[in-house]
Design a binder for this molecule. Structure first.
Ligand code: HEC
Length: 263
């Protein structure tokens, strides 16, 4: 009798508790990889390759996660994740090999529509430095982690081509002081509080970019979990964007204005 009970409990535990390493991998993936239309919720693919339902070689995955893929949007994570993290992530991605390709539609995975695919504009040599700085993968607070431009980047912040009337010489000023309009302080009923920008809101869900995490994470909140969303006036670029010189910012701004003029 006892033995049966023990076996029943043990197999129950197997079903109820996912492998802790895979669970950690799942969490890391949600924080770093599913964001910003990269690999999508549960690896279901957004703008970057789908990982679900595909069998990958473990060594290949470890190499790609550690070193990235040159000349693509896939960054190297080797300096930000430990070997243990990369191992858990790899385990999680491998566990998706047999997962159904589409993540079941449900409140936690239902995202807003992915942005329309734009045809990227060719960049003349004189604006390439600005473009490289905007998308510079070696900078954690590069503009493209929050702004989408010319078909790439994450739309956590506004479409900045609309601010293109700002003079080139004002560019750095804008970043230093920001002109907060769209940022909200979001307070959840569980006590969590963060700065975010709302992407879409419907009867049951609010899709927001959580600006407290870097890079910002797209979150799908149940409206019933939200306590309040108030306009925040003290959010500033100053506290998140670091390491660009005034010349860098002017160069970036030249590039932004070039794209805006082409639209
Ligand atoms: C961590 C996220 C983040 C990063 C990184 C970031 N921005 Fe922003 N940016 C925002 C948000 C959010 C807003 C909107 C603020 C608001 O409306 O309250 C914004 C607003 C702007 C505006 C609009 C100003 C206006 O009033 O029209 C410009 C221009 C801009 N960003 C340029 C840049 C450039 C250039 C970079 C890179 C050097 C950059 N941003 C990096 C999040 C970011």
């Amino acid at each position: 009798m006892r033995l049966w009970l023990a076996i029943a409990l043990a197999s129950y535990a197997l079903v109820a508790q996912p492998d802790p390493a895979i669970a950690r991998g799942d969490k890391l993936f949600a924080q770093g990889c599913s964001v910003g239309y990269c690999h999508g919720a549960g690896g279901s693919a957004a703008r970057s390759p789908r990982l679900r339902g595909r069998a990958f070689d473990r060594d290949y995955l470890i190499k790609v996660i550690r070193n990235g893929i040159p000349n693509t949007a896939m960054p190297a994570w080797g300096d930000r994740l430990t070997d243990a993290d990369i191992g858990d992530l790899t385990g999680y991605i491998q566990s998706l090999a047999t997962a159904p390709i589409n993540v079941a539609a449900g409140p936690s995975t239902d995202g807003p529509a992915a942005p329309a695919i734009e045809k990227p504009i060719d960049i003349p040599a004189e604006f390439q430095n600005g473009r490289d700085l905007f998308f510079d993968l070696t900078r954690e607070t590069r503009c493209s982690v929050c702004h989408r431009l010319n078909g790439f980047g994450t739309p956590a912040g506004p479409d900045i081509t609309k601010s293109a009337a700002i003079k080139v010489t004002d560019g750095p000023q804008v970043l230093r002081f920001g002109r907060p309009r769209g940022v909200r302080t979001i307070v959840l009923k569980n006590g969590e509080r963060f700065a975010g920008t709302t992407i879409e809101r419907n009867a049951s869900l609010t899709h927001v970019y959580d600006l407290n995490s870097n890079p910002p994470v797209l979150r799908h909140l149940q409206n019933t979990d939200i306590q309040s969303m108030q306009r925040q006036t003290n959010w500033r670029h100053r506290s998140v964007v670091r390491g660009y010189t005034v010349e860098d910012l002017q160069s970036i701004w030249n590039y932004v204005r070039f794209i805006a003029a082409k639209k």
